[in-house]
Design a protein around this ligand. Structure first.
Ligand SMILES: Cc1cc2nc3c(=O)[nH]c(=O)nc-3n(C[C@H](O)[C@H](O)[C@H](O)COP(=O)(O)OP(=O)(O)OC[C@H]3O[C@@H](n4cnc5c(N)ncnc54)[C@H](O)[C@@H]3O)c2cc1C
Ligand code: FES
Length: 268
């Protein structure tokens, strides 16, 4: 059940001019959140921007002993700019957790899964990596970004999953392999690695390529989708994507975590 509450900023950690982590008090939203779920944050004074903004809950942990929720944010406009400028202690209205989580309840220690992140799509995968590590499910990370400085939170992934399980791709070759993150996964599959399930979050182009690749290999998957959202809880229908069965799916309520086979990628 989503909670609507006001949580104070504990800390903002800047990675570069475009990316930061926002740590809020955990409140009731934090403990209730499952990996892949998101929250709607008011990113200004309620007038500009008027609507709350959607962010994946990146992690639920502690900061100097205080329970917190972390959001990893890429600055793209007025709301993401404003959120990054607020001082510690600023109260932020938060509604969450929202949407469907990544399916992990059926996974066992004998399974092996892959996490595929493109750019800011790393966000929901940190909490996922934490919960998989707690359950002892082995997970390989494939993470692609434009360059080394846009590949965020590497120490967290490497601590949770083990550094040898983390592979990177960058457009300019400054970290890991030069090229696309989907090429990394393709190379692992070509080498005979099989995954019980692939979890992914990233841009549409990555999703499209990945959906085709996983359909060819018959690999089960769950993608954390993004869409522009006004309400976040299934009322406005502003977030819909075309489904394979001819229906439209609400990313905020039926998603954001959906099997790629449910989406009509040709019509997205
Ligand atoms: C379920 C979900 C989870 C998300 N998780 C994260 C996250 O963890 N970290 C993060 O940085 N961002 C995340 N986003 C995207 C984030 O919601 C948008 O970047 C944010 O709403 C932009 O607000 P703004 O006021 O800064 O931009 P605006 O000033 O409103 O718009 C600036 C530009 O961003 C585009 N834009 C606005 N909203 C979105 C959107 N939802 N998706 C793609 N483009 C958009 C607009 O079309 C415009 O081109 C998520 C979105 C969804 C739906
Ligand atoms: S954002 Fe309103 S229905 Fe999904």
């Amino acid at each position: 059940m989503p909670v609507n509450e006001t949580l104070r900023i504990l800390r903002t950690v800047r990675y570069d001019a475009k990316h930061y982590s926002l740590f809020l008090q955990a409140g009731r939203v934090g403990p209730a959140t499952l990996p892949g779920q998101f929250a709607m944050l008011q990113a200004g004074d309620g007038l500009r921007p008027y609507l709350r903004r959607a962010f994946s809950v990146a992690d639920v942990a502690t900061l100097a002993g205080v329970p917190c929720i972390e959001f990893v944010v890429r600055v793209v406009g007025v709301g993401t700019e404003a959120l990054g400028r607020f001082a510690e202690g600023t109260p932020i209205p938060v509604l969450g957790p929202l949407g469907t989580p990544f399916p992990i309840d059926d996974l066992r220690v004998s399974d092996r899964v892959a996490l595929v992140a493109g750019g800011i799509g790393l966000a929901p995968l940190v909490l996922l990596a934490r919960r998989l590590a707690e359950r002892g499910v082995p997970a390989d990370l494939f993470y692609g970004g434009r360059n080394e400085s846009e590949v965020l939170k590497r120490p967290d992934f490497e601590r949770l999953l083990g550094a040898p399980r983390c592979r990177y791709a960058t457009d300019d070759g400054s970290l890991g392999r030069r090229g696309l993150v989907t090429d990394l996964l393709q190379a692992a599959l070509d080498a005979g690695t099989t995954y019980r399930r692939v979890f992914a979050c990233g841009p549409q182009a990555m999703f499209r390529t990945l959906a085709a690749l996983l359909a060819r290999t018959g690999t089960d998957a769950s993608f954390a989708l993004e869409s522009e959202m006004a309400c976040g809880f299934g009322v406005c229908l502003g977030c819909v994507v075309p489904g394979r069965d001819g229906r439209f799916l609400t990313v905020c309520k039926e998603g954001p975590c959906l099997p790629p086979s449910a989406i009509d990628w040709g019509a997205v």
